[in-house]
Design a protein around this ligand. Structure first.
Ligand SMILES: [Zn+2]
Length: 85
């Protein structure tokens, strides 16, 4: 593997990757093992209650991989989408 691509800049903040399953309305939260996660947090792949989606953090906040059984049945939850009015 080569160098990190430039879009993985160091100014990104380590943090959780969150995905909402639109089928069971569960928010799945995943933390990378290299990040100091809060107690009880899921490290690595995390699944929603109905098993439709899995989320896997890639270290940085709002950045990760999603595994899904049904396309268009999930949404990535970012601080922006969670911000109160
Ligand atoms: Zn689900």
């Amino acid at each position: 593997m080569g160098k990190e691509p430039s879009h993985l800049a160091t100014d990104r903040t380590p943090g959780p990757f969150r995905v909402r399953c639109l089928r069971c309305d569960t928010i799945v939260e995943s933390w990378h093992r290299d990040v100091s996660a809060p107690k009880g947090a899921t490290i690595g792949m995390a699944y929603c209650q109905c098993g439709n989606i899995g989320a896997d953090s890639l270290v940085f906040q709002d950045f990760g991989r999603v595994l899904f059984r049904n396309a268009n049945s999930y949404e990535v939850v970012t601080d922006k989408t969670e911000r109160p009015e």
